[in-house]
Design a protein around this ligand. Structure first.
Ligand code: SF4
Length: 451
């Protein structure tokens, strides 16, 4: 093991071997002092709820928590953009000593008056958990006075990891579900859960579903609207991507309203096609299935010649992946394979044993699989495996650039839509442009190879 790996973390790292032998420890609290890449509980809830564009999002805490998550996702909206404003109660020393409830009440009353939102989400942060402000009571009072849902999000940063933040967000949203009119919803209707419309993906996905004859009730949460979430219980199926973030909501809707759910991914052509087929199969509709096949055929015909050109150039290049949820990594491994590339390291912040086991099965022997990693480890793995591209999010970008390795943002900050069929082409183009850029020739590691 590399000296970058702390003794207590060794069991969270595994090198895959052929055969059945595989073990990894995961889904546990981050090791203190290891500088985990994970975000806190509050951040987890914020990234899920943030794209609901006509809601007010108020962070009850010090200004730093709001700044940390201000405009954290691209989360494009086709209408209102209230979500892009970041509001905070800016708790100070005085509030910590005497309590922040009065300040929270005043902030909510003023903001609701000024912005007329359809609902308000109020996020609890670490300090609120410590001083014990009664968020629920304040939200209830304001909801009664203003006549809109005001929902506490119990996301105190220290009370777990990012996954607990997803849970807190789902529990807050669940208060909206079941309160809207569903009388005009046709039977072949779905909710799209777990796409956050970072660069317009949800519009592409909705269009594909519409082409095969499916009606979409609610986007949860990309380009989301409060009224749609209120009537989401009228859909026949929840189609869930990025299962870590919104699966808890899908489970609650199954228990309460009997709505089944399907796990899908929209990244890569295989998974995108499979998403359409599995929804058509769910509705047991032969015509819908035929339309899905036709859509897949038409879309593949459009992109395949160019994809194959990129594959020719990228064949044999090596990639490393580090993402929030492991589910996204499955699609990325397949997408790189389609481009003729080999994944030599893959990890996530919040993966489960089952997910890592599945990653072991779809990667080549010798691949490093890592849970809840940190910059030192990731740097060591990138150097050891001599990767050509690293795929991650905002916190992984500087690691790659400092090492002179190309980088592809597959998280909050990206501006290119990477989902669906055209998204696969965008992904291939971005990987190609980054890996083949002449700038890497001037990096010390490449100069050393040239010598
Ligand atoms: S909630 Fe806590 S851990 Fe999260 S940003 Fe605020 S202070 Fe930091």
């Amino acid at each position: 093991m590399s000296s970058a790996i702390l003794k207590e973390r060794q069991e969270q790292i595994c090198r895959t071997e052929s055969g059945d032998k595989f073990s990894i420890v995961c889904d546990k609290e981050s090791l203190a002092g290891a500088i985990s890449q994970r975000a806190c509980v509050f951040c987890g809830s914020r990234v899920v709820l943030y794209p609901i564009a006509d809601a007010l999002h108020l962070v009850h805490g010090p200004i730093g928590c709001a700044v940390y998550t201000w405009d954290i996702r691209g989360a494009l909206s086709s209408g209102p953009e209230l979500h892009r404003l970041s509001f905070s109660t800016d708790l100070q020393e005085r509030d910590v000593i005497f309590g922040g409830e009065k300040k929270l009440y005043a902030a909510l009353m003023e903001l609701i008056e000024r912005h007329q939102p359809k609902a308000a989400f109020v996020y609890s942060t670490c300090i609120v958990g410590i001083i014990g402000d009664d968020l629920k009571a304040v939200c209830k009072k304001v909801a009664q006075e203003k006549g809109i849902p005001v929902l506490p999000v119990q996301s105190e940063g220290f009370k777990g990891n990012k996954r607990d933040g997803y849970r807190a967000a789902c529990e807050a949203m669940f208060n909206l579900v079941g309160t809207g009119d569903t009388s005009d919803i046709p039977p072949k209707s779905i909710n799209i859960l777990g796409d956050f419309n970072l660069a317009g993906e949800i519009w592409m996905i909705r269009e594909l579903y519409n082409r095969i004859g499916i009606n979409v009730v609610a986007n949860i949460t990309g380009d989301g609207r409060v009224a749609d979430i209120c009537r989401a219980h009228g859909a026949s199926l929840n189609v869930v991507q990025c299962s870590g973030a919104t699966m808890h909501l899908a489970r609650m809707m199954k228990n309460e309203y009997g709505i089944p759910n399907l796990r899908v991914s929209y990244f890569g052509v295989d998974d995108m096609a499979e998403s359409l087929y599995s929804v058509a199969e769910f509705f047991k509709d032969k015509e819908m299935m035929a339309r899905a096949r036709q859509v897949v055929k038409e879309e593949l015909e459009k992109i395949f010649p160019r994809l194959m050109a990129y594959k020719k150039a990228l064949n044999g290049k090596k990639a490393a992946i580090y993402v929030g949820g492991a589910f996204k990594a499955f699609s990325l491994v397949k997408a790189f394979r389609l481009l003729g590339m080999e994944v030599v390291m893959v990890g996530s912040q919040t993966g489960t044993v089952e997910e890592y086991k599945e990653l072991q099965e779809i990667t080549a022997p010798g691949t490093i699989i890592v849970d809840d990693s940190n910059p030192l480890e990731l740097s060591a793995f990138l150097q050891e495996k001599e990767v050509d591209i690293f795929v991650g999010g905002v916190k992984e970008r500087p690691i790659a650039y400092k090492l002179g390795v190309s980088f592809c943002d597959h998280n909050h900050e990206r501006k290119e839509a990477l989902a669906g069929f055209s998204g696969m082409l965008n992904f291939a183009k971005e990987v190609y442009s980054s890996v083949m850029s002449p700038v890497w020739k001037f990096m010390p590691r490449m100069e050393a190879q040239d010598d």
